[in-house]
Every structure is written in structure tokens, then in C-alpha cells.
Write a protein that binds this ligand. Structure first.
Ligand SMILES: CC[C@@H](C(=O)O)C(=O)SCCNC(=O)CCNC(=O)[C@H](O)C(C)(C)COP(=O)(O)OP(=O)(O)OC[C@H]1O[C@@H](n2cnc3c(N)ncnc32)[C@H](O)[C@@H]1OP(=O)(O)O
Ligand SMILES: [Co+2]
Length: 155
């Protein structure tokens, strides 16, 4: 396994609308996507896009690491337990890219890391899986296959 790009930081929130206002008005984010539902993951999601680099005169692009805001869709959402312990929300997971999801899954399995559920299609349209925080230095870790131009995946 080789460490890939940090694609996003997942941030759980009790209100995606309040969090969007925070990133826009307090943090000065200028590129925030429209929220959409992902019922299969139990969350409403949107992305705060950050630039790849900052300059003295401002930002030139928005292709950097994203903040992924996630709000529970209902009481059964997988992030309800986290929000019960952290009512204000907060940093929930980190997501690293890999070139090949199957090779990565096998590598983590071989290292004895607990994989949470099947590989599925994530919010970026590419395959993802999650690793248990207790096996990952306390960090719930998402692994996603790097988006390919014209790539198609299915569950
Ligand atoms: C938007 C779509 C997608 C994408 O494309 O990017 C997403 O990111 S979806 C994100 C939401 N989906 C998931 O998180 C799926 C994987 N998660 C899970 O399977 C569970 O949430 C969990 C990690 C197994 C936790 O389950 P839960 O029932 O909430 O808690 P437990 O009590 O079983 O937790 C055990 C233990 O782990 C600690 N914990 C829980 N969540 C986290 C966390 N996010 N970060 C760090 N540690 C976490 C929890 O506190 C427990 O510790 P102890 O209290 O010491 O026992
Ligand atoms: Co995520």
C-alpha cells in the first residue's frame, strides 16, 4: 500500500444548512456544491471545495482537498452514534485515494484491518470502503478509487 492523495475530510453536522453558512461566512469558502441525498449511505452530502494552493492575492482554483459535509437522513443513519457523542458535529472521517480499490482492500485485509461493510459507490461515483477507527489510530478511514476519465463503476 502506498499513501494516495487526501481526497476529503468528512465532517458530520446536525445541520448541513448551518454548516454551509459557516464555511461561506466565517471561513470565506466561495465554492460549495448543492447538497444531495445518498439514501444508501444514510446521509445528505455536499462539498466545500478548497484551492490546490493559496497565493498572496487570492485563490486560483478549487481542485484541492474537499470538506465533505454529511448530515443524517434519519434516525437510522450510520452517523447518528457519532452525533450523539458530538452534538455540535465535527471531523468524522478522512478519505485517501488509491489507484485500485480491490488491491487496496486486499492489502488492508492482509494487515488484519477491519473493513466496515462491502465496497460500494461513494459520493464521487467511484468505489469506496471504510476501515474501523480502532484499527486506524482512532481515525475512521475511507479509501476511494481515484476517479478516472470516462470511468464507470457499479455496486
Ligand atoms: C457521503 C458518502 C460517503 C463518501 O462517498 O464519502 C461517506 O463518506 S458516508 C460517511 C458515513 N458512513 C460511514 O461512516 C460508514 C462507516 N461507518 C461505520 O460503519 C460506523 O459509523 C462505525 C465507524 C462502525 C461506528 O459505528 P457506531 O455505531 O457509531 O459506533 P460504535 O459505538 O460501534 O463505535 C465503536 C468505537 O469507535 C468510535 N468511533 C465511532 N465513530 C468514530 C469516528 N467517526 N471517528 C473515530 N472514532 C469513532 C466510538 O467512539 C467507539 O469507541 P469507544 O467509545 O472507545 O468504544
Ligand atoms: Co466520505
Amino acid at each position: 500500500m502506498k499513501l494516495g492523495r487526501l481526497n476529503h475530510i468528512g465532517v458530520a453536522t446536525p445541520s448541513i444548512a448551518d454548516s454551509i453558512a459557516h464555511y461561506r461566512d466565517v471561513m470565506g469558502a466561495t465554492d460549495i456544491t448543492e447538497p444531495f441525498d445518498m439514501p444508501e449511505q444514510g446521509v445528505k452530502v455536499c462539498f466545500v471545495n478548497t484551492p490546490t494552493h493559496s497565493t498572496g492575492s487570492g485563490h486560483s482554483d478549487s481542485g484541492g482537498t474537499q470538506i465533505e459535509l454529511i448530515e443524517p437522513l434519519d434516525e437510522n443513519s450510520t452517523i447518528m452514534g457519532f452525533l450523539a457523542k458530538n452534538p455540535l458535529g465535527g471531523q468524522h472521517h478522512v478519505c485517501f485515494e488509491v489507484p485500485d480499490i480491490e488491491i487496496a482492500r486486499e492489502a488492508f485485509e492482509d494487515m488484519g484491518k477491519r473493513i466496515l461493510g462491502p465496497t460500494r459507490i461513494g459520493a464521487h461515483g467511484t468505489p469506496i470502503f471504510f476501515l474501523h477507527p480502532k484499527d486506524m489510530q482512532g481515525m475512521l478511514t475511507e479509501i476511494m478509487e481515484t476517479p478516472r476519465e470516462g470511468g464507470h463503476w457499479s455496486n
